[in-house]
Design a protein around this ligand. Structure first.
Ligand code: ATP
Length: 292
């Protein structure tokens, strides 16, 4: 039987042109085995509606063509269904795609779909909100909000925002309860990592694995600005577990209290309650990964 796949293209993701994508799909997708169609998002959260509708239609695979925001919308709509998530990364960060070794080159990402490396990944549920890759309540939440409010996308927009906002940021006070062990402290980052990186190689939790039935809490204590170069090196070299400012805790369930209500899930900004129940939902999403 032929496999049905629907491509959901976010035309405003990242900085590259999206007009060439339909031609590349026609050329590189194995059309002997796949029947495909293409739809475009027209507004925020449209991808979520389109993906949900696709699962109702029992489409086999829905491919998010966009960045982490598009992957978040499509993927969270498919949690607990039989429809598989595929990704063609055309965003500004592409964190989950990078973690899963999905090629960043569009032609190769399409050929990767032909290879059908299917796996079941864990997802994360915080109160009533699911996410796939990472969620944060500290400085990363502020950057996600500012990025979302701005008109420009791309990696350098992230860098400019970090430089502009870093010196103004007041740490968030968190209290974390994992299996009855409580820790309270001010932090710059309080990030829940299912996968290892935010995107662009910025790795918070090097050992995170989306199939291990666990998630990691990454806490980064306040530091002076002269520690920034070493920290940046550790983030980009996947060595945050060696930083004296960082603490990484693996868990299945936790309760977190926050002094601020700003969050991001997979890079999308959200306002949240200050009391959070966090849990991993093991093997809840079928996904096409890259080659190991
Ligand atoms: N047609 C559209 N008009 C306006 N916004 C859209 C449209 N389609 C999707 N969106 C929104 O665009 C936002 C950003 O998309 P996406 O995350 O895919 O790209 P990105 O931000 O450039 O990449 P990354 O998340 O990897 O940094 C999402 O919040 C999504 O809801």
């Amino acid at each position: 039987m032929r496999t049905r796949i629907r491509f959901i293209i976010n035309p405003i993701s990242g900085v590259g042109k999206k007009g060439i994508i339909p031609g590349l799909i026609e050329r590189y997708l194995d059309t002997e085995r796949f029947d495909y169609d293409i739809v475009y998002t027209e507004y925020r959260k449209h991808a979520k509606e389109l993906a949900y509708q696709s699962s109702v239609e029992k489409i086999d695979i829905v491919c998010a063509v966009g960045g982490d925001g598009s992957v978040h919308e499509v993927g969270t709509a498919l949690i607990g269904t039989k429809t598989k998530l595929a990704i063609i990364p055309t965003g500004s960060g592409n964190g989950l795609a990078r973690h899963l070794n999905i090629p960043l080159n569009i032609e190769k990402a399409i050929q990767n779909i032909n290879a059908m490396h299917v796996m079941q990944m864990d997802t994360v549920l915080v109160n009533d909100k699911p996410f796939l890759n990472a969620g944060g309540y500290g400085f990363d939440a502020l950057i996600a909000k500012k990025f979302d409010e701005g008109k420009k996308r791309g990696f350098f927009t992230y860098i400019k925002l970090v430089m502009r906002e870093f010196f103004k940021y007041n740490p968030v006070n968190v209290s974390v309860d994992v299996n009855g062990q409580v820790k309270s402290m001010p932090v710059m980052l309080c990030t829940i990592a299912n996968a290892s990186e935010f995107g662009n190689g910025f790795c918070v939790s090097p050992k995170s694995d989306v199939t291990d039935g666990k998630i990691e809490l990454f806490l980064l204590k306040p530091f002076r600005f002269w520690s920034l170069p070493l920290l940046a090196f550790q983030f980009f070299r996947r060595k945050t577990d060696q930083s004296k400012f960082a603490e990484i805790i693996s868990f299945e369930k936790a309760r977190i209290s926050l002094s601020k209500s700003m969050a991001h899930y997979d890079g999308e900004p959200f306002d949240v309650r200050k009391e959070l129940n966090v849990q991993v939902v093991p093997k809840s999403l079928h996904i096409l990964a890259g080659k190991k």
